[in-house]
Design a protein around this ligand. Structure first.
Ligand code: GUN
Length: 300
């Protein structure tokens, strides 16, 4: 396949995210000029997990670049659940904080459900609180989880109306798989959620016009599992040994080099879903700041 054909098939999440961030930046500046409000995002990290540190650093930088306040905190790895809940209480009542994100996973001594339940749903820019989960499931608005929202935006940009398409999601996590299914159902797709225990996974995948891979297993989905012309969204970010001794590289859940010849379009790793997640987080923070101040939400 020629370079141009490959280029046309790759969904440029990085470029798409840059455009979304630019719109968020414009609306953030408008909010400040017209209403004197600067959206504030508090990202809370407990411990020193390397991947989480990188995510949170990127989030903090992009928050500031968009003209928002980054009010994040890093707490020691042995922080108790009680102390984290006290911290969340503080952020819940701080009027300068419009969005709260607690980076997952948390250390073992902390119950993540108790933490998510404690976040003010209006400030829950991750969309993980039971109230927001319920609102999404019943199509009544609420905060939408960032990764699946970014995937939906890229799909609609590529395919337009998704009505009637067969969507298969591989992965049933609360963060990606389940909310992705809700969003695609609302977009009138016929949705299947598959997972590591699904019988004949290759055959299920082969039925997909839209295939969303979110299992966290490096290159598990092979080229011949993909229906010719399908649109493939690869949510996986897996670090594997590189050819060069001692080095590592990032790969998705899809065997990209095989899939590129068969799919109609595919997101790369890195540069696909990842940048969209942070851009959607900034979007949600802007929306939260508007809603908390009874200001009309801009169309972004
Ligand atoms: N860990 C991996 N993805 C996410 C996410 O989207 N939000 C939070 N809070 N933690 C994560």
């Amino acid at each position: 396949m020629t370079e141009t054909k490959i280029g046309a098939k790759i969904i440029d999440g990085k470029g798409f995210a840059a455009k979304l961030r630019a719109r968020v930046t414009t609306e953030t500046a408008r909010l400040k000029t017209d209403h004197g409000i600067v959206p504030g995002l508090a990202a809370v990290l407990v411990g020193k997990d390397l991947a989480s540190q990188v995510y949170v650093r990127n989030k903090n930088k992009q928050t500031v670049d968009a003209g928002m306040n980054s009010l994040g905190e890093t707490l020691p790895v042995d922080t108790s659940g009680k102390d984290l809940l006290a911290e969340i209480d503080k952020l819940n009542t701080d009027p300068a904080v419009h969005g709260i994100l607690v980076q997952l996973p948390l250390p073992d001594q902390i119950d993540p459900h108790a933490v998510i339940d404690a976040i003010n749903p209006a400030k829950d820019v991750d969309g993980f609180h039971l109230r927001n989960v319920g609102l999404l499931a019943t199509r009544r608005g609420g905060m939408v989880p960032c990764t699946p929202l970014g995937c939906l935006m890229m799909l609609e940009d590529r395919l337009g109306d998704l009505t009637g398409l067969n969507a298969v999601i591989v992965g049933r996590s609360n963060i990606v798989g389940k909310p992705m299914a809700q969003l695609l159902l609302s977009a009138n797709c016929t949705v299947t959620i598959a997972h590591s225990r699904t019988a004949d996974l290759p055959a299920i995948c082969q039925s997909a016009d839209i295939l969303v891979a979110a299992v966290g297993r490096p290159q598990m989905i092979k080229g011949d599992w993909i229906k010719p012309g399908a649109t493939v969204i690869d949510v996986g970010i897996n670090r594997v040994p590189a050819a060069e001794e001692g080095k590592t590289r990032l790969v998705g859940d899809v065997a990209f080099d095989e899939a590129i010849d068969i799919a109609g379009a595919i997101t790369p790793v890195p540069g696909g879903v990842g940048p969209m997640t942070i851009a959607c987080l900034l979007r949600n923070t802007l929306i939260a700041a508007c809603q908390q101040n009874d200001i009309d939400v801009p169309d972004i």
